[in-house]
Design a protein around this ligand. Structure first.
Ligand SMILES: [Fe+2]
Length: 133
């Protein structure tokens, strides 16, 4: 059972670039887990999905951080720290996949579900809530 949610209108941030990248990353998260389930770590689909996921996550995080920096948003330091934590976890998955080290399904799902739920819904709420300064 994959618990990566579908994108929905309640996740809209008002920034079309961020919204697009959120949608792509949710699709890639589901696709990566499905590729793992269908053919395992040795499948080309899994490696391609994981590589695209890493590149998309990096683009999304950089875009979000640029928006927060431009708005002098006080949440930038800890928001960036959460992104960095995901970057490190995704890099570990990439390294493991590239050298053929076992990636357990629970670990893979934990990283992706954590981003798709806790971060996307809670931390990225900052983009959905206009600030009164
Ligand atoms: Fe974020």
């Amino acid at each position: 059972m994959i618990r990566i949610p579908e994108w929905n209108i309640n996740l809209r941030t008002g920034n079309s670039n961020i919204d697009y990248l959120h949608q792509v990353l949710l699709v890639l998260a589901r696709k990566t887990i499905q590729a793992y389930d269908v053919a395992g770590l040795s499948s080309q689909d899994f490696h391609e999905s994981l590589n695209r996921l890493a590149a998309t996550a990096d683009e999304l995080f950089s875009t979000e951080e640029a928006v927060l920096a431009a708005g002098k948003d006080p949440t930038l330091p800890w928001h960036r720290a959460e992104h960095q934590h995901f970057r490190e976890q995704i890099t570990e998955l990439l390294v493991s996949a590239s050298i053929g080290r076992t990636i357990d399904r629970e670990g893979l799902c934990r990283v992706l579900i954590d981003w798709a739920t806790t971060h996307l819904i809670e931390t990225d709420e900052t983009f959905r809530t206009p600030r009164i300064i």
